[in-house]
Design a protein around this ligand. Sequence first.
Ligand code: AMP
Ligand code: ZN
Length: 112
Amino acid sequence: MSDCLFCRIANGEIPSNKVYEDDTVYAFYDIDPQAPTHILVIPKAHIASVAEITPENATVAAHIFAVISKVTKDLGLESYRVVSNIGQQAGQSVPHLHFHVLSGRDMTWPPG
Ligand code: AMP
Ligand code: ZN
């Protein structure tokens, strides 16, 4: 989608601090980190949120988790939190599926 921020980051139109890239997934550092390490992992194809994952596109969602597992190991992160906000009340501000990977500080539960 040409007017989607994360589509434009994934295709290189908008610069980002890349952590990982392959044919279907892109990972980059969050511009406003909420932990010492804060990465976003996204599909290159536009999916609005977890609510839009279907049997037809679920392969990329599964692959995102394999990427999270690999990237965190590559960065030496042993403990981290994976978060995806769905919808306005949950705090989703960018309507393109993304998983936050937060690490490097104590986390509270339940999240705010
Ligand atoms: P959410 O609020 O869950 O939709 O997460 C969106 C995230 O995208 C926030 O943590 C923002 O800090 C981050 N963000 C917004 N614009 C950019 C950008 N240009 N580069 C990197 N991260 C961004
Ligand atoms: Zn998009």
